[in-house]
Design a protein around this ligand. Structure first.
Ligand code: MN
Length: 233
């Protein structure tokens, strides 16, 4: 047994629909993956490949309570499809091989300090404080791939509601890069492993959240994500 001199942190985990937990190793995220959202942020969707960034594994929130983060005046929701991997690899060669790595999928929210992101973009600085802050990755229970067939997602919509009002309503089919293409591209930059989560980007309609707001993200037949924005810790 390893002689740790400080207690090792617990393994972050996400409940799986039907029982059990998915242990989280890393959280990868894709920026600019829906053409309409790229346009709303002032970009051209054909201009460049998607941007990858990460969040720490312990940013996942699974109890539906998100404290409003410190050090921001502009917190935004980004409703997203989240993919959970049961295996990984480097330089994955085909869409079939990429698809075989998927354990399941979930509704998630890429919480973003938009004020930090705007400052980082204009300064050419990293996005960490904009994206990788504590409690920045609420995720719903994961639907196993064998229970929620991937072809359902060809017609599924991603709908984000805040206090019952629809704010985002996009088709997963409008992703610039599909899920297998994202896995292939990520595997050329990182060795992927079991336990990885991938946030696959958000459609248009992102906007602010404040304490007291109730957010819901629905994606086709997957378990819905619901969380409440609490007062700052
Ligand atoms: Mn995002």
């Amino acid at each position: 047994m390893t002689d740790y001199l400080v207690a090792p942190p617990p393994v972050p985990a996400v409940p799986v629909h039907g029982g059990g937990f998915f242990p989280v190793r890393r959280i990868f995220c894709v920026g600019k993956n829906y053409a309409d959202h790229v346009r709303e942020m002032g970009g051209d969707p054909k201009d460049a490949p998607p941007v990858f960034f990460t969040k720490p594994a312990d940013a996942v929130v699974t109890d539906g309570r998100v404290p409003f983060p410190q050090a921001t005046d502009e917190l935004h929701y980004e409703g997203e499809l989240v993919v959970a991997l049961k295996a990984g690899g480097r330089d994955i060669a085909s869409r079939e091989a990429a698809g075989a790595l998927i354990f399941g999928q979930a509704a998630g929210c890429d919480l973003t300090r938009r004020d930090h992101q705007a400052r980082a973009k204009s300064a050419g600085a990293p996005w960490d404080t904009a994206k990788a802050f504590d409690h920045s990755a609420p995720v719903a229970p994961i639907g196993r791939i064998e229970a929620f067939a991937p072809d359902l997602f060809d017609s599924a919509r991603l709908v984000t509601r805040v206090n019952g009002e629809t704010r985002q309503d996009g088709a997963l089919a409008d992703m610039i890069w599909t899920v297998p293409e994202i896995i292939i591209a990520l595997s050329r930059q990182f060795e992927l492993k079991a336990g990885d989560l991938i946030f696959t980007g958000t459609p248009e309609g992102v906007g602010p959240l404040k304490p007291g707001d109730e957010t819901q993200v629905e994606i086709g037949p997957l378990p819905a994500l619901r969380f409440t924005m609490d007062e700052p810790l």
